[in-house]
Write a protein that binds this ligand. Sequence first.
Ligand code: DMJ
Length: 680
Amino acid sequence: MASVLPFTRDDVVYDNAKFKRRSPLQAVKRTLLTRGLSRLCGSSGLGKLLALFLLAGLGYLAIANSGAAARPSLKRLRLQGLDISNSSQIGWVREGRLLGTFWRKPKPPSVQARRAPNLSNVVKQGSENETFQEIFADHSAQAQRSAGQSRTNSESILWETRQNAVVEAFKHAWGGYKSYAMGFDELLPVSRRGTDSLGGLGATIIDALDTAMIMGVEEVVKDAGSWIEKELLDRFNEKGQVNVFETTIRVLGGLLSAYHLSGGESNFTGGVEWGGKASSHLKVPDPRIYLERARDLGDRLMSAFTSSPSPVPFSDVILKDRVAHPAKFDGGASSTSEAATLQLELWYLSKVTGDPKYGKAAMDVLEHLKTLPKVEGLVPIFLNPHTGQFQGSNIRLGSRGDSYYEYLLKVWLQQGGAGSDGLHVRYLRTMYDEAVAGIKNRLIGKSYPNELVYVGELPNGASGGLSPKMDHLVCFLAGSLALGASRGLTKEVALKQGLLTEKDLQDLNLAEELARTCFEIYNVTATGLAPEIVYFRTPEDKSEGNDGGKAGAAYARDIVIKPADRHNLLRPETVESLFVLYRVTQDPKYREWGWKIFEAFESFTKVRTGGYSSLNDVTVLSAPKRDKMETFFLGETLKYLYLLFGDITVLPLTKYVFNTEAHPLPIVWQDAERTLKSSR
Ligand code: DMJ
């Protein structure tokens, strides 16, 4: 049979128009078919002759078309990026469709059309911010216009189809989790069971919920919502130790984002739409449940701050007892990134509850960190909660360092830093800018022989040498640099308004270089997936050979992948940065790179029975599975891919900050200073 159309909104418009205009031959054909074929043909000798001709013709067409099943479907062609309007590429597909239309009425859409969340009223901007207001309004209108224009062409169909493929992946991931691990933190997709690796709060459910809302996957919204309503409080009361940072970014962040996206702040949002449905359509549970759970969790997490003798919180909390303790390793140190990555969530919790204690505790950490000595804005990866001082000299933007830098920028944005409301958080932008200068001066290197730009580490501090080691985690930096330079505007609009300084343009340029490097870390392997850690060959190390890279890859000599680092945890940082860079530059290459990465995830990490699995070795085509689906695959990786392929007006970066686990929280310009002041 002919290929089945992957119906989208655009297909509906296209096909309706097409079937209205019929040629004379089509009209005869239609008349024959609609007026009782057997009666007409059987009543006379001429009729019998006609019937014979008709049957012979049908037989011929059926045989001629029988090869279609073995050919790639139209959907597949679209996914591969072929121009479906180019008849030389798909002439046979058109032939197949012609046969299909001969005896079949066009089917109604089989895929639910998705509308962008209507977030136009989400941010109340202060009257002092006229300039930014105007610019942002203009940006929004412009984006709408270009989105409207592009919807008419085949490129738009291509990306909508690819976006639908991400939704299918999300459903497959959730399906595995629901079947084998519902209520556990994570799915072990190969052994088909669950594991409580994050303290037992059903972390996948909460991490996935706002992704389902944004995608409009109702079944998951219902499942997750009712689990949170019925089970989560018991978990808080029963469960023991959790890590403060992981619980804040995944569980608290997920609950707060769900509260916002489901219209919890009705006086604030004016009603958020998602997935083509008004928020009132699916208030299961009442959004206030999300807020109540968030507040309860926030209260328990507060013990990490109140127990510590310094503003640096302890790393762990026993939820059921509401007590905290320092880490049981690393001499009780807290990770710098962990202590400095609680502010978006706790500050927003204060905003929506009206209780300033959460935001105050979190912001005190940053105000304290402001006073500590740094190396050109760069900081060691450990903090001692007893003394409040940094511990050790290891400086890196990978694990334990990463989101310190990310939150300096995002907390500044969230509290109105880009507008005139944000003077009280100006110090955060200063700390961020100093850190970016430090990164440029001390951490950037270029690989040998092809000069890929990378971010290295200073394991022995400022006086030691630069190690050309880069964690995949560092790939968040490309997105942060682009966001910091553009403040969420498109480059085009920001340039037109004369808002980009020389430094902003340099930062954007560095962001683009780093995004390329991060993409090449995927591109260099046999599977097309990134390893957890890479090293870059330096000009001093001119040894031959591809260490882990596939033969023939452009950067196989530049990128060295050590055997112990060859695993992939389904991490989001590269696609996160591609998403931000696409929003800022609108350069289609970022979408193409994202699609390539998605295809590799589909090929190597999908588990037939449900879910996706992290891998043990991305450098071999056998890519052995590690048997774990991390919560952030649903919370971050698939969400960023979905947004990358979608309409750029959805969750605009001028109005939302994504926490480090990709949970969107609104930027609240006017109220920022007041919220902070009331906490003093
Ligand atoms: C996530 O939990 C967050 O993105 C965090 O900031 C870093 N690690 C993972 C994803 O890799």
